[in-house]
Design a protein around this ligand. Structure first.
Ligand code: THU
Length: 141
């Protein structure tokens, strides 16, 4: 596990601060996220939906905000959820984030002061990335 830096804690504070904006009437589990990309910070929250599967996680919401602003080169993401132990990104978010940096720094927090820092490579080894599509020889089998 990488050492926790002051920059990690600063990014975590942005995730913690935005968590209250989560729209989570069904699970009541609020999550905030903050992506650091291009020297800027992009926040996101989980947004649930009456059609449960149509909701989105905070990590993907933050990533969408960064991409929408023109930043696809992510350095780090922080996530804070309502769990006692640090909230980890779900599998779909790990895959989504691998698109932008398979070695992304992931800073995780929960309801306590406990902080966990891992790389996305540690959370999702052998991610399916663009390089696999490039290995397609154009054949149909
Ligand atoms: N959720 C996130 O936003 N990020 C995570 O890392 C874990 C789960 C959301 C999805 C759903 O709105 C709620 O938390 C409960 O699963």
């Amino acid at each position: 596990m990488p050492e926790i830096t002051q920059a990690d804690l600063a990014l975590l504070a942005f995730a913690r601060e935005v968590k209250s904006k989560a729209y989570a009437p069904y699970s009541d589990f609020r999550v905030g996220a903050a992506v650091f990309a291009g020297g800027e910070i992009f926040q996101g929250v989980n947004v649930e939906n009456a059609a449960y599967g149509s909701g989105i996680c905070a990590e993907r919401a933050a990533a969408m905000a960064a991409v929408t602003a023109g930043f696809t080169d992510f350095d780090a993401i922080a996530v804070v959820g309502d769990s006692e132990s640090p909230t980890v990104p779900c599998g779909a978010c790990r895959q989504f984030l691998a698109e932008f940096n398979p070695d992304l720094r992931v800073i995780m927090g929960g309801r306590t002061d406990a902080v966990m820092v891992m790389t996305l490579e540690e959370l999702l080894p052998e991610a399916f990335v663009r390089g696999y599509l490039d290995q397609d020889d154009g054949g149909d089998e």
